[in-house]
Design a protein around this ligand. Structure first.
Ligand code: FAD
Length: 403
């Protein structure tokens, strides 16, 4: 009898956790396991703010996928180009694949909400290369300022759109990096302007208000100005236009604009044949797609309601990894004709970094700030490495400077 084929798309937190669990649960006689990912490496998306600011190198934030998979898995480096769940065909740059079980873990894309000019003129922290581009763009602006006969200070203005997790963590890193860059380029630090523009009325929605106050205060000390409740209405090559009160707008000239305000699922979801909203699929409790019992969705492409709060679970690495583990088990259950398990989120808390040695967070029913929170963040980062690649990967890539 032909072995079933399990096809996993994407080697992010969700896809790779699915794979490392599948390779433990299912041997080569039972099924063929294929992983398709666009790069030969996995990158730590949750470290991209550090790559973007230049406080860690791009290489620190990635590792070869071959280091964490075994012979049970066939790894194909290819770009997924189309998914059709009705014909069970996946087209990739390395040819067409079919499957008995499909796991879609293709991650997120930036959501620009139709704001004119953002796609063309704003940078983003979406993957390792866009993060590298942010870092190099900022350095280029600093170099251009110092070389300019007439000093255009707007080159040294960095606007971050969004005061959610990504925006705040990035600003925290810039707080560390800007003084270094100023020394490197002989630029007086007071010339640099860091501005956080947020449409919503609060910073870090969902976080404990006391911790949010702490975060804002710490970032202000690092020179960050906040413009809250002021949506960006347009971006141009010169900067951004923000709405200030009814009928009033202000143009902020800026050399760098980074958009960090909103994500959606991967656009390939929208033509896959499964109903979606902003490219996210409302999955069943066992992580299967509605109407397609052989298709599982993991990570940021999945939409799942938290029954307790009535609100959707946020797109996080923590959730993606827990979903990956349950999906692997559920595929094994289905192959054994057993009932599937329901995904139950085990909320271990959240930590938002504010630079290399500062953070805010909640864990073990307690609130943390400063160095203890920053140490906790490093433990969280190391734990993600450990869950995928064990002690070896953690020792190689982990963060061990806790104080
Ligand atoms: P990803 O990890 O994004 O992986 C998607 C994978 O699919 C990638 O390997 C990509 O290369 C691959 N891929 C995409 N398109 C294709 C294609 N067409 N063909 C082949 N392969 C493809 N979450 C937390 O829990 N804690 C945090 O502290 C935290 N901090 C964050 C900080 C930043 C700066 C950012 C941007 C996000 C942060 N998040 C955090 C959110 C978290 O990173 C995401 O929720 C998580 O990465 C989602 O995992 P995923 O597996 O769905 O997708």
């Amino acid at each position: 009898m032909k072995r079933p084929t399990i096809l996993v798309l994407g080697a992010g937190y969700g896809g790779l956790t699915t794979i490392v669990n599948l390779q433990k649960l299912i041997n080569t006689h039972e099924a063929e396991i294929i992983l398709v990912n666009k790069n030969d490496y996995h990158y730590e998306t949750t470290w991209l703010h550090e790559v973007g600011a230049g406080t860690i190198s791009p290489d620190k934030a990635r590792y070869p996928i071959s280091k964490v998979i075994n012979d049970n898995v066939t790894f194909v480096i290819a770009n997924v180009e189309n998914i059709d769940v009705n014909t069970k065909k996946v087209e990739t740059s390395a040819g067409e694949f079919t499957y008995d079980y499909l796991v879609i873990g293709l991650g997120f894309e930036g959501e620009t909400f139709g704001i004119p000019g953002l796609k063309e003129h704003a940078l983003s922290l979406t993957n390792i290369n866009t993060a590298r581009q942010v870092r190099e763009h900022i350095e280029y602006q600093f170099a251009s300022w110092i070389l300019g006969e007439v000093k255009d200070d707007s080159k040294l203005t960095i606007v971050v759109g969004g005061a959610g997790f990504t925006g705040i963590e990035f600003l925290g890193e810039l707080g560390n990096r800007i003084p270094e860059l100023c020394r490197e380029f002989d630029i007086p630090q007071e010339k640099v302007r860091l501005l956080c523009v947020e449409a919503a009325p609060t910073v870090l929605p969902g976080f404990d208000p006391e911790l949010v106050d702490y975060a804002q205060e710490q970032l202000r000390k690092k020179g960050v100005e906040f413009s809250i409740g002021t949506p960006i209405v347009e971006a141009t090559a010169e900067g951004v236009k923000i709405k200030k009160g009814e009928g009033n707008t202000e143009f902020i000239k800026a050399g760098t604009v980074v958009w960090a305000a909103g994500v959606r699922g991967n656009a390939l979801i929208e033509s896959s044949g499964i109903e979606s909203n902003r490219a996210r699929i409302a999955v069943h409790e066992d992580m299967r797609a509605p109407g397609f019992d052989d298709v599982f969705i993991v990570g940021d492409c999945a939409f799942l309601l938290n029954e307790d709060t009535g609100r959707p679970y946020p797109p996080t690495a923590q959730i993606a990894m827990q979903q990956g583990a349950i999906i692997a088990k559920n595929i094994k259950h289905i192959m054994n004709d057993e009932p599937t398990e329901v995904f139950v989120y085990d909320d271990k808390g959240a930590v938002c970094s504010l630079g290399q040695e500062d953070a805010i967070g909640t864990a073990f029913g307690r609130k943390f700030t400063g160095k203890p929170a920053s140490a906790l963040k490093k433990v969280v980062d190391d734990r993600a490495l450990y869950l995928v690649g064990g002690v070896g990967l953690t020792l190689k890539k982990g963060k061990f400077k806790f104080i």
